[in-house]
Design a protein around this ligand. Structure first.
Ligand SMILES: [Zn+2]
Length: 178
């Protein structure tokens, strides 16, 4: 993880501090499993979600990763109390629809808004879902959760039952399951 953070930080400080522009994830072309996300559709969707969430766009960057499989938001600790965040988007998500990506992004930004005080676990996942839904609507969050079910084959077999159960519980919390 140390190597990873150093890589991201190098990228973050290399970019100009333009208002309302995403920071650069990394400009290191020698590392193949993480790169600046170059899909304009996905970049604009992320800026849109950040704007709806009233987040500062230039506190964020967006990276494409081959690994890890699970999409996530990485908090990048920087100098002083400056907090920055890198959204890690696995390559397979390029095929996701706008609404699925918006759900995913709003969920991850939801984690930033919820904060770390609540620890980990399904309780926090539901809080991030609810936050995300308040910004972009419940339908996008439901679409995102259903997309995880569709992509279940990417996770190891012994995780499938647990992931399915968690998704069902989260859909239920959103009022999307009876
Ligand atoms: Zn989450």
């Amino acid at each position: 993880m140390g190597f990873f953070l150093a890589l991201l930080l190098a990228g973050l400080f290399a970019s100009p501090l333009n208002a309302a522009q995403l920071q650069i994830c990394t400009d290191d072309k020698t590392v193949s499993w993480i790169r600046e996300h170059d899909d304009q559709r996905i970049r604009s969707l992320f800026v849109g979600v950040l704007t709806k969430a009233s987040m500062k766009v230039d506190d964020y960057s967006i990276c494409e990763v081959e690994y890890p499989v699970a999409p996530q938001m990485l908090e990048v600790e920087t100098r002083g109390n400056l907090r920055m965040f890198a959204l890690l988007v696995p390559t397979y998500m390029r095929s996701f629809s706008d609404v699925e990506l918006q759900g995913f992004m709003a969920h991850e930004v939801g984690h930033v808004a919820v904060g770390k005080a609540h620890g980990r676990g399904i309780g926090v996942e539901k809080m991030a879902d609810a936050k995300g839904a308040s910004w972009i609507g419940k339908e996008a969050m439901v679409a995102f959760l259903n997309s995880i079910r569709r992509e279940l084959h990417r996770y190891s077999q012994q995780l499938h039952a647990g992931i399915k159960a968690e998704i069902d519980e989260r859909l239920q919390a959103l009022g999307a399951l009876k």
